[in-house]
Design a protein around this ligand. Structure first.
Ligand code: CTP
Length: 402
């Protein structure tokens, strides 16, 4: 995705320039080549040397620099890029681009490029709300520019309002999303479930489980990065949903079932990474249960088996967290729930399963083929599972036609 991509990072004169240093740093860590273009005003806030040291490349500042490795820099930069990101983008640069003015390296590069352009505005709240700025933004959006932010919060002026540069995570997420548009899941609608459900016992208590949601969120992120339009049906978690993913928050198994039935109506794949509670209290107490008795029994009834129940012609992927006979138990679930794939893991291993960022899984398919993967990050596991899903998608489509 971002690996080996050529990204032009346009930096303009805002107090938020220091945050662009971190954007550059994150992109470099992810394996991108970053060419920073700084306007004159931007150089007043942070020295070009900072970007040079982080990107290990010269920072582009002048229009016609005979010493530069680029002959006609703006054209060469534009031609070699996969993406242009302007962060922070001042009201001034936005106005310039909307008006088609090209009088510095950055505006020339933008005008000369055919690749996607992401703009992360940062300015005073009044400037942002001004109709002229809003019209300029609308014009650029109409021409296919992608805007991220601005966020709401405390501004350099001390006032609170909209105008803060979007969070770095949001900018990076948008970069992933835009670069993934032509990925192998482009235009595919994928539904992912994540996290554990919570079944109310009374107004303050619930029955839950140890699922952190990390595996499901990683799948949603990986699918987004490959171009999918992703619906993430999530139980309560402490995680930030990936940028660009449609999130449906649910609490109980029944709510999750309803959300999934609805979301899969147009889906081409369902990856059910959620840890769904198999039982719920027959009736949640209306008021808080007091400790009046020495023992307390709560009658539990079964919740719906979502994967077992949900109908439709899409690739079905289940997960099986097992503590013994991993492959055998997973096979039984694969058959019983009519799955295309099941991803099994041994929850007794300390480096796999609940709460951790890594997982060691076994993927089993309908034909019974077993693929044992080494210990990987959950994001790597997500991509391995999606590699298999991608192979199953065309077959499903052909089936539909015949
Ligand atoms: N699952 C589901 N609905 C449920 C329970 C589980 O859709 N009520 C899904 C899970 O999201 C997972 C797969 O079924 O993808 C297997 O879940 P797991 O809890 O391992 O299996 P169960 O069917 O609940 O079987 P058991 O708890 O007896 O191992």
């Amino acid at each position: 995705m971002v690996q080996d991509k050529n990204i032009v990072l346009g930096v303009t004169g805002s107090i938020a320039v220091y945050k662009a240093v971190e954007v550059a740093s994150k992109l470099i860590q992810e394996g991108a080549k970053v060419n920073v273009v700084m306007t004159q005003a931007a150089q007043e806030f942070v020295a070009p040397l900072t970007f040079r040291a982080i990107t290990n490349r010269p920072v582009v500042m002048e229009m016609f620099n005979p010493a530069s490795e680029f002959s006609i820099e703006h054209v060469t930069l534009a031609a070699g890029a996969d993406l242009v990101v302007i962060a922070p983008a001042t009201a001034n640069v936005i106005a310039k681009l909307a008006g088609g003015i090209a009088d510095d390296m950055l505006s020339c590069t933008v005008l000369a490029t055919k690749v996607p352009i992401i703009v992360a505005p940062a300015m005073d709240a009044n400037m942002y709300q001004n109709q002229i700025s809003q019209q300029n933004i609308a014009k650029l959006k109409g021409r296919g520019f992608t805007f991220v932010g601005p966020g709401y919060g405390r501004l350099a002026s001390g006032e609170v309002g909209s105008g803060r540069l979007a969070d770095i995570e949001e900018i990076i997420g948008t970069i992933h999303q835009v670069l993934g548009r032509r990925g192998d899941l482009a235009k595919r609608r994928i539904v992912v479930s994540a996290g554990g459900t919570q079944e109310p016992v009374d107004p303050v208590r619930h029955i839950g489980n140890r699922s952190s949601g990390k595996m499901g969120y990683a799948i949603a992120e990986a699918a987004r990065d490959r171009g999918a339009s992703v619906v993430l049906v999530s139980g309560p978690t402490a995680l930030h949903p990936p940028v660009g993913v449609e999130v449906i928050q649910v609490q109980t198994a029944v709510e999750m079932r309803d959300a999934i039935v609805d979301a899969t109506k147009k889906a081409e794949a369902l990856l059910m990474a959620a840890a769904v509670s198999d039982y719920r209290p027959a009736a949640a107490a209306k008021s808080k249960i007091k400790k009046e008795r020495e023992t307390l029994s709560i009658e539990l009834v079964r919740t719906p088996d979502i994967l077992g129940e949900v109908k439709g012609d899409f690739v079905r992927v289940g997960f099986a967290a097992e503590s013994e006979d991993v492959v055998e138990n997973a096979r039984v679930k694969l058959k019983g729930k009519n799955l295309d794939l099941i991803v099994a893991n041994d929850i007794t291993a300390v480096d796999s399963g609940f709460g951790v960022d890594t997982n060691r899984v076994i993927i089993i398919d309908r034909q019974g083929k077993v693929e044992r993967l080494p210990l990987l990050s959950k994001l790597e596991v997500a991509h391995k599972v999606l590699d298999r899903v991608v192979k199953l998608l065309p077959r499903k489509r052909q089936n539909k036609r015949t």
